[in-house]
Design a protein around this ligand. Structure first.
Ligand code: HXC
Ligand code: NAP
Length: 291
């Protein structure tokens, strides 16, 4: 990944950012960008060994990283996370709800436990962290705080084969918009990012396992004909965390190369027509005049 960031190097100086699922994939990319911009970053996840390894590798970027193991489904542990960060740095400026669980499956193969597991991680995990940090900010009367939720584009379209994730992400999007309206008065902004395909190990091993990755080329669905780069998402995330986006509240920003719109537009499939055929097609259409 490029060392360059969109924002200038001290854009997040003195900021403390907590990133759930910050030990891997997109969470890690966002954590690295925050560090480059001068923030102190707490990365959380269930696996302490992964977090500690990531933190050690990231220390080369300078700044302070605090790895803390926390299952976002456990309310008490989330409280312990908040208390540990406050004890260490005395403040938290931004919470990034990025932790997620997902896998592909025909919905008729799922039991209620499978649904519950995904909803507990994605929706309730986001709720648990949001309440833990938000209540503390409100109680302390602290302002200029922000919550950034990572959703997906199927939060509003829905998607087959990942129905539990779609339900949970839709809930997170509703939470984002609800609290943008309700907590704005406390100086807490709530925004979301909806990424398209970013080929991380965590996502691809569960969504395109084995041969599926060759069989279903995701780049074909994207007008820009490529996948997302983690640094692109991290630039957007750090902008939304930073004071430069101080008047953005309740927004969901899509970063997908145009993927979901391509799937939605009724005639976008006409991309498949060879350019040389358009003269003949035009004649056919013009020939209908008066008929
Ligand atoms: C059917 C499954 C299943 C599968 C699990 N289950 N995997 N059912 N097909 N492939 C069922 C289990 O049988 C069980 O139900 C229930 O789900 C819970 O499974 P556990 O393995 O006990 O859960 P847990 O150990 O908590 O693990 C959670 C997990 C796992 C989600 C299943 O994959 C995980 O830890 N994931 C974290 C990282 C991750 O998913 N990253 C990808 C995010 S990508 P029963 O009834 O048998 O007890 C993403 C992007 C989307 O969100 C957009 C991309 C473009
Ligand atoms: P990832 O690497 O698998 O990230 C998921 C992270 O969540 C992991 O670090 C995992 O760490 C953590 N996590 C899972 N369950 C947890 C729990 N119960 N408590 C705490 N942490 C937990 O996948 P990713 O691709 O970077 O995904 C990051 C975010 O982007 C997710 O919200 C995902 O839905 C979203 N997204 C990704 C894509 C994409 O194409 N990659 C597209 C759209 C949206 P542990 O296993 O150690 O707990």
């Amino acid at each position: 990944m490029s060392l360059k960031t969109m924002l200038r190097e001290d854009a997040l100086k003195d900021h403390v950012v907590v990133i759930t699922g910050g030990g891997t994939g997109l969470g890690r990319a966002m954590a690295e960008h925050c560090l480059r911009l001068g923030a102190r970053v707490c990365i959380t996840g269930r696996k302490l060994d992964v977090l500690e390894r990531t933190a050690a590798e990231m220390s080369a970027l300078g700044g302070e990283v605090f790895p803390f193991s926390c299952d976002v489904r456990e309310v008490e542990r989330v409280g312990a996370l908040r208390d540990a960060v406050l004890a260490k740095w005395g403040r938290v400026d931004a919470l990034v709800n990025n932790a997620a669980g997902n896998f592909i499956s025909p919905t008729e193969r799922l039991g209620s436990k499978a649904f519950q597991t995904i909803i507990d991680i994605v929706l309730m995990g986001t709720v648990n962290c949001t309440l833990a940090f938000g209540k503390q900010w409100i109680k302390a009367g602290e302002k200029d705080k922000c919550i950034l939720n990572i959703v997906t584009t199927y939060a509003w379209t829905g998607s087959g084969y990942v129905a539990p994730s779609a339900c949970a992400k839709a809930g997170v999007l509703a939470l984002t918009r609800s609290l943008a309206a309700e907590w704005g008065k406390y100086g807490i902004r709530n925004n979301a990012i909806a990424p398209g395909p970013f080929p991380t190990k965590g996502a691809w091993s569960r969504l395109l396992p084995g041969e599926l990755v060759e069989k279903f080329d995701m780049t074909k669905k994207v007008p820009l004909a490529r996948m997302g780069r983690p640094g692109e998402l991290a630039d957007l995330a750090t902008y939304l965390i930073s004071p430069y986006s101080g008047y953005i509240n309740g927004e969901v920003i899509t970063i997908d190369g145009g993927e979901w719109l391509k799937g939605a537009g009724q005639f976008n499939l006409l991309d498949q027509i060879e350019p040389g055929m358009w003269d003949a097609i035009e004649q056919l259409v013009r020939g209908t005049k008066g008929s």
